[in-house]
Design a protein around this ligand. Structure first.
Ligand code: NZQ
Ligand code: ZN
Length: 385
């Protein structure tokens, strides 16, 4: 196991009816800006519940944060914070709203050009407004991590940043709030969480049995409960376990002391920036092809994944590993997330611009060995057509 330092200050307040706890969680004298997405939080009644829980506090609203939150929109929120003097932010929504709120929290306290926050991958963040979240879509883990991904429409760039200053102070996770999710988002959420675990697990053996077993437990839970959430959307226990699984998949715990990959995510971000695919759709397209491309290097862990997650007992390590990749693709398809570029009307002509932009963003040495170069990514996309 590698040396590591683990830090995660986010308080999780979990369970039905827990939005009422906002009154205890947010300072009584805070002036709160509530940030939300399109119409879902309003339509489902979550926003009303949040407003009620804030009691006598002064608050304002900023709606319209898009899926794959846009820099251009978020800068309007930054302006509003400055003009109206908010000192606390509250994100109500999925990963996009929480990521967007993280950016607003950092940009509101940043003196220079706020785009620096992304080009420095968070290195330039020295202060941020405090904030909390009410999660409505289990997928990204943003509710309990220090990462955020922002898209700048005018540059067709989707870039991540990280900073310990943007851990949410708390996140309220009420599984009932996920009942209203459209099928597409239930599938996306399970696939995203699955790939988060894979990026931290399917590398090479690192003498980290407890991280491996945490990861395998999360993967098995997703495989078992993901389809159940599609079949019986209002099953509290299924939703509760899925929600907690997605949080644990990317709150830092399973990734300590082990090598990590993230090449599928970085290549996927380019597909969203140029073609607007949902984040999880990009992962479902890239991951099976990436695992095939890096087969030899990943074979030992793939065979372990085959045995422990998919219960494949027969055959050589290579045979087990191949079958596990196929089972992974089938799982994504069962969750209604398509796994080929052609499923999204993309052909060979899409590949070169994606590779160019990946290169331009400096993503030229990806993966756990730093050997996933633009040439490797080109082959992956060709295999994913
Ligand atoms: O905008 P509204 O109307 O609210 O609708 C949203 C949105 O259209 C809807 N929705 C959310 N909760 C709902 C609901 N509809 C009905 N009922 C509910 N309870 O779902 C749609 C998608 O929401 P979005 O927040 O975009 O989805 P997700 O949580 O999957 O977030 C995706 C974003 O997170 C980034 C992705 O790149 C993408 O931009 N990621 C963030 C990470 C992080 N911070 O650590 C890691 C991830 O790898 C990922 O990159
Ligand atoms: Zn993801």
């Amino acid at each position: 196991m590698n040396n590591f330092e683990f830090y995660n200050p986010t308080r999780i307040v979990f369970g039905e009816g827990k939005i009422a706890e906002l009154d205890r969680l947010i300072p009584a004298d805070a002036k709160v800006l509530i940030l939300f997405g399109g119409q879902s939080a309003r339509k489902t009644g979550t926003l009303d519940e949040v407003e009620q829980a804030l009691g006598q506090r002064q608050f304002g609203l900023f709606g319209g944060i898009e899926p794959n939150p846009r820099y251009e929109t978020l800068m309007k929120a930054v302006e509003k914070v400055g003009a109206e003097g908010y000192d606390y932010l509250l994100a109500v929504g999925g990963g996009s709203v929480i990521d967007g709120t993280k950016f607003v929290a950092a940009a509101a306290k940043y003196d220079g050009d706020a785009w620096d926050i992304l080009t420095s991958m968070g290195g330039k963040v020295e202060a941020a407004l405090p904030f909390g979240s009410v999660l409505t879509l289990p997928a990204t883990g943003s509710e309990m991590n220090k990462g955020s991904v922002v898209t700048r429409e005018s540059m067709q760039a989707k870039l991540p940043f990280m900073s310990e200053l943007v851990f949410p102070q708390f996140s309220v996770l009420d599984p009932v709030k996920t009942y209203t999710l459209p099928i597409r988002q239930v599938g996306n959420g399970a696939v995203d969480a699955f790939v988060h675990v894979v990026e931290q697990y399917l590398t090479y053996p690192a003498n980290a049995p407890v991280q491996d077993r945490f990861a395998e437990g999360l993967l098995q839970t997703l495989v078992e409960l993901g389809p159940q959430a599609l079949e019986t959307p209002e099953d509290y226990n299924v939703r509760a376990s899925l929600m907690w699984t997605a949080t644990l998949a990317l709150n830092g715990l399973i990734g300590v002391g082990v090598p990590q990959d993230w090449s599928t995510h970085m290549l996927g971000h380019e597909l969203t920036a140029q073609h607007g695919l949902d984040h999880a759709q990009t992962l479902a397209v890239v991951l099976p092809a990436m695992l095939n491309e890096k087969f030899e290097q990943k074979k030992a862990k793939l065979a372990q994944f085959a045995e422990r997650v998919w219960h494949i007992e027969q055959g050589s390590d290579a045979e087990k590993a191949k079958l596990a990749i196929e089972k992974t693709r089938d799982f994504f398809e069962r969750m209604n997330v398509k796994t080929r570029m052609s499923d999204y009307d993309l052909d060979e002509t899409a590949i070169e611009p994606l590779i160019e932009s990946l290169t331009q963003h400096g993503m030229t040495q990806l993966g756990e060995h730093g050997d996933v170069t633009p040439d490797v990514c080109r082959r992956v996309l060709q295999a994913a057509l």
